[in-house]
Design a protein around this ligand. Structure first.
Ligand code: MN3
Length: 200
């Protein structure tokens, strides 16, 4: 049985950029639902119940055909949210190795911000915008739709923003651009540097 991972910070600790109510519903309801659904999908597949969702998603193509799509959706929902909640924290600054890499790739931090924002604003429907290390160990900004993950493509996530409406609608309603703008205030750059250093 897969279980919910508690947040490592208070629900209100990202205020005013991401509000407490959104965090409660996002974590305790939406994220919980992905966990419940995955558990129910795997009910008759005990051999996969012990494999953590990240590994299931990385090797999604090895799963039996009849559960592949459901695991991709609901397991992907778990893995994406685990990562998203992990890299959120207020009041850290872009610094260290990740800042160097960003400057090398995009010119400067502002240009990175612009490009990342444009990608997130341009995502039609529901999905995620990511800063990843691609197969050549290069920084790249990509979108994935629904609950698709960059992991099966051999990419390593460094930053992600959830651009499903449930991630911002209570506070921002239709103003996705404002949510994206404010997201940059809650990226945990210390954690991103750790992920860059450790490879995950
Ligand atoms: Mn979400």
């Amino acid at each position: 049985m897969h279980k919910i991972k508690p947040l490592k910070y208070e629900y209100n600790s990202l205020e005013p950029f991401i509000d407490e109510q959104t965090m409660i519903i996002h974590h305790d309801k939406h994220y919980q639902t992905y966990i419940d659904k995955l558990n129910s999908i795997l009910e008759n597949y005990s051999e996969f119940q012990k494999i953590n969702p990240k590994q299931l998603i990385k090797e999604i193509n090895k799963l039996p055909e009849e559960i592949k799509i459901s695991v991709k959706n609901f397991g992907g929902g778990i893995v994406n949210h685990d990562f998203f909640f992990r890299i959120l924290k207020k009041n850290t600054k872009p610094s260290g190795e990740i800042l160097k890499r960003i400057e090398k790739k995009f010119g400067n931090y502002e240009k990175f911000k612009e490009e990342f924002s444009k990608k997130a604003a341009g995502l039609f429907g529901s999905g995620w915008t990511w800063l990843v290390l691609d197969k050549n160990n290069e920084l790249e900004i990509i979108n994935t739709f629904n609950q698709d993950s960059p992991l099966p493509f051999g990419m390593k996530p460094l930053i992600t923003i959830d651009v499903w409406e449930h991630a911002y609608y209570l506070k921002y309603q239709n103003r996705r651009a404002d949510y994206i703008e404010n997201f940059f205030n809650v990226i945990n750059w210390e954690e991103v540097n750790k992920i860059l250093k450790n490879g995950e």
